[in-house]
Design a protein around this ligand. Structure first.
Ligand code: PEP
Length: 257
């Protein structure tokens, strides 16, 4: 059975000591909730240590990185390559988060190059797409999202289905100033994204996991999780404390079983 996906990007938060405590805690908590597939996405500096920790506990918690370059090696000071992430034995690499797009010049084209590089190195790309509030106001959300999705997946064949995930995260819903999206809007957009994936891949487009993210919290998580084309939740702040994260597991667990 396909498990519901539940995970968190820590962004630039948690020291290694804090992250280690969190990971120990969460890897114990998740043993109570086998209906989910869980993942955490810490800063790069924590990945080796946390991978060793998770392996030593035989934990089912999957581990990912927040970004990478698309080249294997080269003159790219400050960057990390897919070879380096694969050497750690990571499961996932997050690509195209709106903060990377906004502050670090990530484009649809670089997300595509990174997606292809990740797949080549057996890393699962978690590709983030999302529209601005101005796109929504102009009535062009679907056009913007279709473009982001199609460019990110250029030259990604149907054989790779199951080896990449898509996260829809409206930019205006993300972070401390984010406004949580209305459930009917999330439903409409996820149904639309599913139709784009079916256009691209035929019926197997139904098997691409589609996660939702952006101010997911204890008040809205179970509503989003019940939507037909929501296969997982990608959570920031509300999953950064193990207790709060567990509240979401309980609430969502009741509806996804
Ligand atoms: C995010 O940044 O991807 C995110 C979902 O953050 P938050 O849940 O804190 O809005």
């Amino acid at each position: 059975m396909k498990k519901f996906l539940l995970g968190t990007n820590w962004k630039m938060n948690k020291t290694l000591a804090e992250g280690t405590d969190y990971t120990v805690n969460v890897s114990e908590i998740i043993t109570k909730y086998p209906q989910f597939e869980f993942f955490i996405i810490p800063p790069h500096t924590h990945l080796w240590k946390l991978k060793e920790l998770l392996d030593s506990k035989k934990s089912a918690l999957k581990l990912g990185a927040q970004n990478m370059h698309y080249e294997d090696a080269g003159q790219f000071t400050g960057e990390i390559s897919p070879v380096m992430l694969a050497e750690i034995g990571l499961d996932i690499v997050e690509l195209g988060h709106c903060e990377r797009r906004q502050y670090f010049n990530e484009t649809d084209e670089t997300v595509n190059l990174k997606t292809l590089a990740a797949l080549k190195h057996q890393l699962l790309p978690l590709i983030c797409i999302g529209e601005k509030m101005s796109d929504r106001n102009y009535g062009i959300s679907k056009e913007m999202l279709a473009k982001q999705l199609k460019v990110a997946l250029k030259n990604v064949s149907a054989d790779e289905i199951g080896k990449f995930w898509i996260a829809y995260e409206p930019i205006w819903a993300i972070g401390v100033n984010g406004i949580p999206a209305e459930t009917p809007y999330v439903e409409e957009i996820h149904d639309f994204l599913r139709s784009v994936l079916i256009d691209l891949y035929g019926p197997s487009g139904k098997d691409v996991p589609l996660l939702f993210g952006g101010s997911v919290n204890i008040n809205n998580a179970s509503e989003y999780a019940q939507l037909t084309n929501v296969d997982g939740l990608f959570i920031g702040r509300s999953a950064w404390e193990p207790d709060l994260f567990e509240e979401i597991m309980i609430l969502v667990g009741d509806v996804v079983k």
